[in-house]
Design a protein around this ligand. Structure first.
Ligand code: ADP
Length: 630
């Protein structure tokens, strides 16, 4: 046996083996695509069988034999366009016209091979090149349009088809042109084609495993963070999207079981919850019966909802129950507008994704329960802290207010016409104001705690914020020293909130600063960030407490003896606001004594459109209104 004969034998055995493999697959899971694959490889296997038997029985080269072989071979392009139609629609006329053309080629082979062999060969070449070539092209196109394992399999099929068609055409050219011998090339081509077909239509387990890995990885990467995502509906929608992407399908949906009620909850296109009876749709059936369902033609399997499937282009639906340790969590379904041709891969992936979905949903449950518990603990602790702060810090000013008011009251009772005591009234008003400020600080801190930190951010020039605060202090007779950059420094800012930060820092600098030395405010730019520093020359912050002073209710040890101050919420509020702006706040010692509080938030110098920069009209320039009001 020569090498070429050996190659030919191996190729033929592989084709027959492939036929047996696809036949078994079609018998276990019949579908049109499966039978079309049987048609393709059955015809080739038949040709192999006929030629082998003819050789074995030493039959003479009869025209009927050649006609039979030609007919068998010509089935291949026709089977290929049927396969193309199975996964991506071909024009409607193509299949009937293809069938007629196939019959024509077949009859011509029988009738005219002896009388006009050249004509028969040319027609057959045209048939292979035209229809087979079109199919190979369509396979390649389908490969580039699909994803995951289907793409890999489709690519192998496309290569197989292309090489197969090329090989057949070469074989005919070989027969036509006596001068050239292409036998070696055709034998090799046939071998390459059958290997590619094998990989595409019946890939061995290790190849499948290698192909599946990226699909899974993609799903896990996209979905792993969803275990802790707060919004359940969004998490579900994202898991669905991740599943659809992993599949390369047109969509996916998850129905969740509801305890104690026979319904499944879905998230609809508008993002709202919708409930259906837990046996509705193919998904419901899979859930009720706790088994996976493959509905190649969804409308036929569930005719009651045929219109729904049609309108959502869900021709094929595959669904699997999502369970965790016998607990029925819900159901995952994947839908596609064409029946998948490689069902077994899809089922494998579906089950895996259903399992992962169960894990994700379960861990979400645990995470939510835990965070709810933590939130409850936090809010209990917060309430306690607020209560004790309120009891402790509000009592002093309240006692003063009450004492002063009672004093005035007694005076009035004793002598209703006595002149008012201006100092007493002023003291009363001052303490009442302090009380009000403390209460607002408490309320504000609580509001920030609940997340209502920064409501309305717009592009604003930070220079105007500094200016507006400076004006306000100027009106109270306090002249802050400020330095500002020459160019605008624009950030996305909630202006009133940011003014509150600056106010607070200046207030502290006055409170804890050194008598007679006024605080300074500097604004400058640092690598895409605006830096706002408030400098005082006062008592400073003990080094080991520089971080803790931004905590709720924390007051540094060096100020605790000072009465008439706050309750340790101001810097906490500042930190929350600054962080909500994507920035940071910290304290540094001022060289020579005192503290420098620094706020840094993202901001930039806008590129001027004309020589002179002016904010677009729609931008509220920070502080301008406040400054105008002042
Ligand atoms: P409060 O001023 O009401 O105590 P804050 O939250 O504003 O609360 O400040 C927390 C603590 O940080 C203060 O009690 C004080 O110990 C320290 N601190 C704040 N600003 C300064 C400053 N400019 N100089 C020194 N210490 C300061």
């Amino acid at each position: 046996m020569t090498a070429l004969e050996l190659i030919s034998l191996v190729t033929q055995l592989l084709f027959v083996g492939l036929f047996v493999a696809v036949l078994l697959a079609a018998l276990t899971r019949p579908s049109r695509a499966a039978w079309d694959t049987v048609l393709l490889f059955g015809s080739i296997a038949a040709v192999v069988a006929v030629t082998r038997f003819a050789a074995l029985l030493r039959l003479p080269d009869a025209p009927w034999l050649t006609g039979l072989v030609l007919l068998g071979l010509s089935v291949a392009p026709y089977a290929m366009i049927r396969l193309v139609d199975d996964f991506s629609r071909v024009p409607r006329w193509l299949l009937p016209v293809g069938a007629v053309a196939f019959l024509g080629v077949g009859i011509l082979g029988f009738a005219a091979f002896t009388t006009a062999p050249i004509l028969v060969e040319v027609v057959t070449i045209a048939w292979f090149l035209g229809v087979g070539g079109y199919s190979a092209y369509a396979f390649a196109q389908a490969a580039s349009n699909s994803r995951g394992i289907t793409r890999s399999r489709m690519t192998a099929v496309a290569i197989g088809a292309l090489v197969f068609i090329g090989t057949i055409v070469m074989a005919f050219v070989d027969a036509l042109a006596a001068a050239v011998s292409l036998e070696a090339l055709t034998q090799l081509g046939a071998l390459v084609a059958v290997i590619a077909f094998f990989i595409g239509f019946a890939p061995p387990a290790w190849i499948r495993r290698a192909w599946r890995e990226p699909d899974l990885r993609r799903f896990l990467e996209r979905s792993i963070h969803l275990a802790t995502l707060g919004d359940e509906r969004r998490a579900l929608v994202e898991i669905q999207q991740a599943a659809a992407v992993a599949f390369g399908a047109s969509g996916a949906s998850i129905g969740l079981a509801v305890e104690g009620r026979p319904v499944l909850r879905y998230v609809n296109a508008a993002g709202d919850w919708v409930e259906y009876p837990d046996d509705a749709f193919i998904a419901g059936q899979a859930f009720r019966e706790q088994r996976r369902i493959v509905a190649m033609d969804a409308g036929q399997v569930d005719p009651d909802h045929a219109d729904v499937y049609r309108s959502s282009s869900a021709t094929t639906v595959i669904a699997a129950p999502v369970t965790s340790e016998e607990r029925r969590i819900g159901v995952l379904s994947i839908y596609a507008d064409r029946a998948p041709i490689f069902v077994e891969d899809d089922l494998w992936l579906l089950e895996l994704l259903a399992d992962h979905t169960a894990v994700l949903l379960e861990s979400r449950k645990i995470a939510t329960a835990e965070s709810r518990l933590r939130a409850r603990e936090d809010s209990a602790r917060l309430k306690e802290e607020f209560l004790s702060a309120a009891a402790h810090d509000l009592r002093t000013p309240l006692t003063v207010v009450l004492g002063q008011a009672e004093l005035l009251e007694r005076r009035l009772e004793r002598n209703p016409t006595a002149p008012v005591d201006p100092a007493g009234v002023m003291r009363l008003a001052r303490e009442a104001r302090r009380l009000r400020d403390l209460v607002s600080e408490l309320l504000d801190a609580q509001r920030l705690e609940e997340g209502a930190a920064v409501m309305d951010r717009n592009p604003a020039d930070l220079r105007s914020i500094v200016e507006s605060v400076r004006h306000r202090y100027h009106d109270q007779g306090i002249d802050l020293k400020t330095t500002l950059p020459g160019e605008p420094l624009v950030g996305s800012i909630d202006v009133p909130r940011f003014e509150q930060v600056l106010d607070n820092l200046v207030e502290n600098a006055l409170k804890y600063g050194s008598d007679g030395v006024l605080p300074e405010v500097h604004l400058d730019q640092h690598d895409g960030e605006a830096r706002l520093s408030v400098v005082d020359r006062g008592m400073g912050v003990p080094e080991d407490e520089v971080d803790r002073i931004f905590d709720r209710f924390y007051r540094a040890t060096n100020v605790q003896s000072i009465t008439d101050t706050g309750i340790g919420l101001g810097l906490y509020i500042c930190r929350r606001i600054v962080e909500a702006h994507g920035g940071r706040i910290w304290v540094e010692p001022t060289p020579g004594g005192g503290s420098t509080f620094v706020v840094s938030i993202p901001a930039e110098v806008p590129v001027p459109e004309t020589d002179q920069w002016s904010a677009p009209a729609a931008w509220p320039v920070a502080g301008s209104e406040a400054a105008a009001d002042a």
